[in-house]
Design a protein around this ligand. Structure first.
Ligand code: ADP
Length: 218
């Protein structure tokens, strides 16, 4: 353990577990920590290192070598007090990068104030993302910041059979088509000569309102 690309994941609920297993699949060393022995047992298969411990206790975290991890994630959500105490303990130990999951805006503000370097709101963000996929032709939606988004969508009827140059996507709609995928194929970078077929998937990048308007075209 004790490598800069190793991570401590505290709280192995649905979010923490998925995050920890993904880090493992990306080749990182992960130590999972949960106070519930059944959860620890359940996670033993997917994670190489899992321990049962109360992560609100700085001394316990120190003994687990928390200071040597490149980063730590506090994935406790529902027990707000435990989430804040665990985050505070990691800050106290001076863990280099601390992510913390918040379930409300107030919870997030406290985590930030306590010293978390990055606060994430998975339920809120996923709710927003799914809502966007329920309207217009949006298939997936990724907000890069408040004003700029990436949208995976289908080809508007009026553009099928045209190249991007002919469709004048940039001039008319002020969005950039980043890549295009034909049915059964894989995504490829878009060029002005890229021909849009009726069943293609496209990813557009742009100002939020313009990209949303593009994905709402018939
Ligand atoms: P999710 O919504 O992602 O399932 P939860 O907040 O329900 O997240 O789950 C958080 C996990 O954190 C649970 O498995 C719980 O046992 C664990 N947990 C709660 N308090 C502590 C603590 N003090 N130390 C370590 N793990 C904890």
């Amino acid at each position: 353990m004790a490598r800069p690309d190793s991570f401590l994941v505290i709280g192995l609920g649905r979010f923490g577990r998925a995050l920890a297993e993904t880090l493992v699949s990306l080749g990182h060393e992960v130590l999972g920590v949960d106070s519930d022995p059944r959860i620890v047992q359940d996670c033993a298969q997917g994670l190489t290192h899992v321990v049962q411990a109360d992560a609100t206790d700085a001394e316990t975290l120190r003994q687990l070598g928390a200071a040597d991890f490149g980063g730590a994630v506090v994935a406790i959500g529902n027990d707000v007090e435990a989430s804040i105490l665990a985050t505070y303990a990691l800050v106290d130990i001076k863990v280099g990068r601390i992510w913390a999951k918040a379930i409300t805006a107030a919870h997030g503000a406290i985590l930030q104030r306590v010293g978390a370097h990055r606060v994430v709101f998975p339920e809120r963000d996923m709710g927003e993302r799914v809502a966007h996929t329920m309207v217009g032709r949006t298939i997936d939606y990724l907000e890069l910041d408040e004003a700029f988004v990436l949208i995976e969508t289908t080809v508007p009827k009026a553009m099928a059979g045209k190249t991007l140059l002919e469709a004048e996507v940039r001039r008319r709609h002020r969005v950039t088509v980043v890549c295009v995928k034909q049915p059964g194929g894989s995504f490829d970078y878009a060029t002005p000569e890229t021909l849009l077929h009726p069943d293609d998937l496209i990813v557009v990048a742009g100002d939020r309102e313009r990209a949303e308007a593009f994905a709402a075209l018939e």
